[in-house]
Design a binder for this molecule. Sequence first.
Ligand SMILES: Nc1nc2c(ncn2[C@@H]2O[C@H](COP(=O)(O)OP(=O)(O)OP(=O)(O)O)[C@@H](O)[C@H]2O)c(=O)[nH]1
Ligand SMILES: [Mg+2]
Length: 639
Amino acid sequence: MGILAHVDAGKTTLTERLLHLAGVIDEPGSVDSGTTQTDSLALERRRGITIKSAVVAFTLDDLVVNVIDTPGHPDFIAEVERVLGVLDGCVLVLSAVEGVQPQTRILMRALQRLGVPTLLFVNKIDRVGADVDAVLEAVRTRLTPAILPMGTAAGLGARSAAFTAYADHDRAFRERETVALAEHDDALLEAWLDGEDRTPDQLMSLVAEQTRAGDLHPVFAGSAATGAGVPELVAGIARLLPGPHDECVGGEPSGRVFKVDRGAAGEKVAYVRMFAGTLRARQRVELTGGRSGKVSGVEVFRDGRWTRAAEAHAGQVARLLGLAAVRVGDGFGTSARAEDHHFPPPTLEASVEACDPAQRPALRVALAQLADQDPLIAARTDENGRPTVSLYGRVQQEVIASTLADEHGIEVEFSEASVLHVERLRRVGTSIERFNTPTNPYWATIGLRLAPAAPGSGVVFDLDVPLRDLPLFLFTSVEHFTAVMERHVARALSRGPSGWEVTDCRVTLTETAYASWDGPPSQRGPLPTALDFRKLVPVVVRQAVADATTQVCEPVLMVSLEVPTRDAPQLLTLLGRWGTELTGQTSSGDLTRIDARLLAAHLHDLQHQLPDLTGGEGVLESRFDGYQPVRGRGPTRRR
Ligand SMILES: Nc1nc2c(ncn2[C@@H]2O[C@H](COP(=O)(O)OP(=O)(O)OP(=O)(O)O)[C@@H](O)[C@H]2O)c(=O)[nH]1
Ligand SMILES: [Mg+2]
């Protein structure tokens, strides 16, 4: 189960309450004094925000609930992304004071798209200004109308604020249940109109059914700080979210790694959600992208801590030790394919310098480690040997700097961040290098066709060659060969002619061959090695990209601004100066809403100027909307 919310809504505090209620901890810790279970990093405790997702577990009758506490700050959205794919259910937390916030909407959209069963929890009813009815109204209009309040909150704004769940037999509640359910259940609606009554139990199982299908969202309210409403939420989790799975414990183990950590000795620790089969220590796993490793130990969360276990089986969350090559997002078994992205990629890039030049090599090693835990950081080295990282924003940059200082003893400075562009192919490009020809020093043949693909589709790799041509004596299977080739191709595409990543293309292997005993004679011996393929792929990719030629594209955001109507003209002037495309403008009362497609390059400036232009009242919400071609040649990547 995931706990998701806008920053500061109370996810970590709620997680503590859940653990306390289940008897896992004697006293709930506090974010403000840095004593919670899930904000365990020194930096999280110092800043009072969650940076990494963290897993704890408690038992509800005979059900083990693994809880993943996630960060709410938008700079760490990648952490949430990894978690989404492993959830059976979710609690989306809102603040009873702040209500629906920008990140709440972004998260809810992703949860709905994926059909994750989601309960809502309106937190902080003890805070001054709490208004549960207003929040419910905002949820209906701005998140989803498919909600069912499960009780009422009283005494709002005081420590004694309380939540009372409606009794199942409450006549008015049953009517509201029926109305909410009828939205997706015509039979129920007809029966109700015919005056046929369902029993409270029947209605509640229909609510559970629709919740599990992601069609209905029961809403609870309370206070993670005082514990009000939390027992009712727990009862809702047990009753309404999916229960134990009939997942097949036999069969090939399959799972997904949603977090990578470092143990005390610097060794990698992979957090995995098992979907099928059983994984034991000393078992080998083939990971995404052709990497593999041997599990040296398995741990599960039991009685408040990670404990050695003999195995991890379908349905469980476990920590796997010994996988040196593992990267967050990896899968194995039937989950081996790379995950789809639910949130936008980072749009900024900055180079990093060690303040002490003697630490440059250490910095490169440290960044590579960080990139294994978060591939979106995409640490790379530019031509001058200076490392660069991709970024979501300032807070993430500060966190990387603190992590390098605290955990690796390296003080760093960042260059001014610049906008990350991409390159797209203008047309189909092909290239082929055959072995034993003057231009090809490697003992292999590779032909590739690169074709432009739909925006947002990323890089897709496929084979169009007879299986007998594949060098299967070098690779364990066709899948292994494909995964390794895919990785070489992806690496080669990470820098196009202008230096940016080439994306949205379909890469097809059109020809491959290797010398065999009866092949042509060679000075280097008759058989290729994996190295021949690794070296040759980038050469052929580069030629095919040059044949296709590329177009530099820049990131664009859909922004919604809510500003006092008197300030709207000034804002429109500013947006106009940047050539921003307006997509909508509506006024209601003294508030005006402006929707526009903004070049990501202007976001920082807009965020900076908005408070001044609107007397601090303007609200900005932005969402990645893909890349668009830059007029002219476009910038080349800073080297
Ligand atoms: N009054 C009151 N304060 C709360 C409640 N829940 C959380 N807080 C406070 O709100 C602040 C944020 O709480 P967290 O639990 O860290 O929120 P979070 O959602 O985990 O925050 P991030 O992980 O950084 O996104 C802290 O100061 C908490 O003490 C509540 O129910 N009532
Ligand atoms: Mg938190």
